[in-house]
Design a protein around this ligand. Structure first.
Ligand code: IMP
Length: 196
């Protein structure tokens, strides 16, 4: 069965195809000739994920899913949250976002934070939602070279290393996205079994 993942990112597409397995062929926006950027105008991760899945479902009439992720810092009342990608301004770099966050938390004792991913799935015209959370803390300085985004300053609970110091398979086992995608995969595998 074919399913569309509302992403332009080939790395995300590959990662999800590996996790979902062979029963579904996961196609990206590029594969359905959708080249536009879908505006993420909602105030929540749930809202943005739903905007993207609804847009693809309504325009292309296909089963699809989309995701949205944010870093939620406790002492900043959940910021940067839905604005994680553009915390330091539009078109900013990951480095600018980390710099701003470390500055905001300077001297702060409470450095608790969590990454949260929401996946919105529309299949056979029904809507479903899956969530993945990893709790941890924001370090006082960057450590590690790998990964992306806030990885060098996020240390998951129970680990002495940041996400940036882990291999991608180590990170996928515990990450917000890994948890959400495994919930999606489990749902799809059961769903597929019921239908076939
Ligand atoms: P997206 O919804 O997956 O595009 O994520 C939004 C933003 O959250 C990204 O631009 C990153 O700044 C941040 N982010 C999401 N996932 C991760 C992660 O696994 N590590 C570090 N930063 C992340």
């Amino acid at each position: 069965m074919k399913i569309i993942f509302a992403t332009h990112n080939p790395n995300k597409l590959k990662e999800i195809q590996e996790m979902v397995g062979d029963s579904y062929q996961v196609l990206g926006l590029h594969d359905i000739n959708c080249h536009e950027e879908i505006a993420e105008t909602a105030l929540t991760l749930e809202g943005n994920a739903l905007i993207k899945s609804t847009y693809i479902h309504d325009k292309y009439g296909q089963n699809c899913f989309s995701d949205d992720t944010g870093l939620e810092v406790e002492s900043l009342n959940g910021a940067p949250g839905v604005y994680s990608a553009r915390y330091a301004g539009p078109d900013c770099l990951a480095e600018d976002n980390m710099h701003k966050l470390l500055h905001e938390l300077k001297g702060s004792e409470n450095r608790k934070a969590q990454f949260r991913t929401v996946i919105s799935l529309i299949i056979d015209d029904e809507k479903y939602e899956f969530e993945g959370i990893v709790k941890g803390e924001i370090t006082t300085e960057r450590s590690g070279e790998d990964g992306f985004g806030y990885d060098p300053i996020f240390k998951p609970d129970g680990y002495s290393r940041t996400f940036s110091e882990m291999t991608s398979s180590e990170k996928n086992l515990i990450s917000h996205r890994g948890v959400a995608v495994r919930k999606l995969s489990l749902f799809l595998s059961t769903y597929n079994t019921k239908k076939s």
